[in-house]
Design a protein around this ligand. Structure first.
Ligand code: GMT
Length: 388
């Protein structure tokens, strides 16, 4: 096969964009491509050794005259070095700022044969593009990339609206690997978190203000008054102390568990009966997809790209941002109607598996890569079955 040499840059230590970039790199390596991660630290989901995957660490020079050590320049320089040394075909960078800009600089240093594919994940547009000091730079990064992808149709429209961009943007949804995300057998572990008659509500995030994590507490407080239940928080971030205060203020500390950052999210998700995602902004909501793949429906806000992921009434319920009463009402409905719950669980498993299948989305990215390189799709790839 005409195997590609791909450099990937992402935020390696946190968030959904790093997860998507790392999982994609691993899947591309499985398909036979040569993948080089070029990041400031080892991507946290990289896992075991694979002969098709290399990791190149970006080291930042903190020479004493630099008030701010120039990470972006070190990254651009490393991208160019690795691209030359390894004869990379393309750089696939996740997040416009600074990664796409660094990749464009590397392309200038290496030559136009090095292509740049940029994936927009959300806050690089929904938050940063609203900052006038950055918006021109983000537009430049998008315009100059050889291809741009976004993780939802909503994000494509937001990008057009906020930046006035007319360039075609490919839609490539987040995906899940069914070998990792499936309903796990967790009956023993469950006993550590809840009594048999109690439901478990779960929220996983980086506790940034956009996640509206205090809404999670408000929703849970309304639910637990009618449905015996527990709340599980996974992750941490700037709003954690505010959340803790709210939990104490409502006198429900004994019903809430804070698990902090966790690696084996699939196992924790399998413990849950319901996922809560009341975000202010969410370009896609990877965590809700991961929950869906474990058979767990989500109650979410109808923000951003969430409605493209969660079908209202089928794989979860959606309500207006901040409408904690409505979200709690939906949660109570789904938790107290066994037939409805079973139907939703089935719909979740089906939708996660067939619509957001890793093999399908990996193929989409491969098609984009061959397209920007002006190379035909290899016959082997065309005839390779998509395994969902
Ligand atoms: O969820 C986060 O805040 C992390 C953030 C990131 O930058 O890693 O996630 C964004 O990218 C994910 C992967 O494409 C999407 O599933 C999330 O919806 C998106 N977050 C926001 O838009 C707030």
């Amino acid at each position: 096969m005409d195997r590609l040499k791909i450099g990937i840059t992402c935020y390696p230590t946190l968030g959904g964009s790093g997860v998507v970039a790392t999982e994609l790199g691993k899947l591309l390596a499985e398909k036979g491509h040569e993948v080089h991660f070029i990041t400031h630290s080892m991507p946290f989901r990289l896992g075991k050794f694979d002969k098709n995957i290399s990791y190149h660490e970006v080291e930042v020079n903190d020479y004493y005259v630099f008030k701010y050590p120039p990470y972006d320049l070190s990254l651009a320089s490393k991208l160019a070095q690795v691209a030359k040394l390894e004869e990379l075909d393309l750089l696939h960078v996740h997040y416009a700022i600074p990664h796409a800009v660094c990749a464009l600089l590397a392309r200038q240093m290496v030559g136009p044969q090095l292509k740049v594919v940029t994936t927009l994940h959300g806050t690089d547009i929904t938050v940063l593009a609203q900052d006038e000091s950055l918006s021109d730079l983000i537009s430049y990064a998008i315009d100059e990339s050889d291809a741009v992808t976004a993780v939802s149709q909503d994000l494509i429209e937001e990008t057009r609206r906020l930046l006035g961009i007319s360039k075609p943007i490919d839609l490539a949804y987040n995906f899940v690997d069914k070998r990792v995300y499936y309903p796990r057998e967790v009956s023993e572990l469950r006993k550590e978190f809840a009594h048999p008659d109690e439901k478990i509500l779960i929220h996983i995030s980086n506790f940034r203000p956009v996640k509206r994590v205090t809404d999670v507490v408000e929703i849970f407080d309304r639910v637990r008054k009618e449905v015996p239940s527990r709340l599980l928080f996974v992750g941490e971030g700037p709003e954690l102390s505010k959340v803790l205060c709210k939990v104490k203020e409502l006198g429900i500390l004994d019903r809430v568990t804070f698990c902090g950052k966790q690696d084996d999210v699939a196992q924790l998700l399998s413990l849950g009966d319901l996922m809560l995602l009341p975000s202010e902004k969410e370009s896609f909501g990877l965590v809700a997809l991961e929950a869906m793949a474990c058979g767990v429906p989500t109650i979410a806000s109808n923000a951003g790209g969430i409605p493209e992921l969660i079908t209202h009434g089928e794989t979860g319920f959606l309500a207006g941002i901040g409408d904690v009463d409505q979200m709690a009402a939906y949660a109570k409905l789904v938790l107290s109607d066994e037939a409805l719950y079973a139907k939703m669980k089935e719909a979740c498993l089906h939708r996660a598996r067939y619509t957001f299948c890793n093999d399908l989305i990996t193929r989409q990215y491969e098609e984009i890569y061959y397209r920007v390189l002006g190379r035909p799709l290899p016959e082997e790839l065309k005839s390779r079955p998509i395994n969902c």
